[in-house]
Design a protein around this ligand. Structure first.
Ligand SMILES: NC(=O)c1ccc[n+]([C@@H]2O[C@H](COP(=O)([O-])OP(=O)(O)OC[C@H]3O[C@@H](n4cnc5c(N)ncnc54)[C@H](OP(=O)(O)O)[C@@H]3O)[C@@H](O)[C@H]2O)c1
Length: 244
């Protein structure tokens, strides 16, 4: 059997980086993308050296074309695509401006959509496409409207994309993390350490998610064990959001 190969956007940090490590540990060839020079340099140091770390901006279709060309040269085909690159810009109706709206939707929604478009010729029959969405998509959280909307747009596409790609047995599923302890939550969520501790205490399991919790679900959806699962959302949140 040939070696499975995965492309993970936003794989230089947090959830994407943990997913890269989980798949690499299971014998995958892995490529990750990140946008900032420092995060790419750090990932090159911290990830196993045979993981391909590419600097590419999810907003740029030219960058996405370049990623596909490098992945094609290195791996030939892709068996797993994790559409994970994302940003969070906390704000409210009173504070958001047009630039924030465009930024969030361009990275989170347009970036993911066109990465899938450009990856299609590389995806092998039976491949697994996984989109990181979030429980904030279907639950309210003050300050989260743009992030929720941008990932929510992707969540609403999942059933249709799954049907469109079913003739090739390509599965399309979403993973919705709850609050997960990553650089995004620690530095760009607008939450202070006390608020983060309070969120952890409110969780039925008494803790935030760990990037590894999400990475294990990515590994499952990428595996043959999930060969008959498509068009679904798996919430990985320790029971957050269940209480009335
Ligand atoms: N953490 C949570 O609680 C949580 C909950 C629900 C959903 N999510 C979603 O999970 C995904 C991963 O989040 P995370 O918490 O792991 O955040 P993170 O640690 O900040 O990682 C985000 C990743 O996306 C990359 N990225 C950001 N903008 C990009 C761009 N324009 N082009 C290419 N890559 C870009 C980052 O690279 P650079 O550092 O180089 O920019 C980084 O690799 C996001 O889509 C997020 O919305 C997270």
């Amino acid at each position: 059997m040939s070696t499975p190969a995965a492309l993970i956007t936003g794989g230089t940090s947090g959830i994407g980086k943990a997913a890269a490590e989980a798949l690499h540990g299971r014998g995958y060839w892995v490529a990750v993308t990140g946008q900032r020079e420092e995060s790419v340099a750090r990932a090159r140091k911290e990830l196993p050296e045979d993981i391909l770390v590419l600097r590419a901006d999810a907003r740029s279709l030219a960058d996405t074309d370049r990623v596909m060309s490098e992945v094609r040269d290195r791996f030939g085909t892709l068996t797993t695509l994790l559409l994970n690159a994302g940003i969070s810009r906390p704000g409210t109706l009173a504070t958001y401006d047009e630039a924030a709206f465009d930024d969030v939707f361009t990275v989170n929604t347009k970036g993911a959509f066109f990465t899938l478009v450009k990856a299609l010729p590389l995806l092998s029959d039976g491949a697994s496409v996984i989109v990181t969405t979030g429980i904030g998509v279907t639950r309210g959280l003050t300050g989260n409207s743009l992030t929720a909307g941008s990932r929510g747009a992707l969540l609403t596409m999942i059933p249709t994309l799954a049907l469109e790609l079913a003739p090739r047995r390509i599965r399309v599923n979403a993973i919705s993390p709850g609050f997960t302890d990553t650089p995004m939550v620690r530095s760009t969520s607008g939450l202070g350490p006390d608020q983060i501790d309070a969120l952890a205490a409110m969780n039925p399991f008494g803790r935030l998610g760990r990037p590894e919790d999400i990475a294990e679900t990515v590994a499952f959806l990428a595996s043959d064990g999930a060969a008959y699962i498509t068009g679904q959302e798996i919430v990985v949140a320790g029971g957050a959001g269940l209480a009335v």
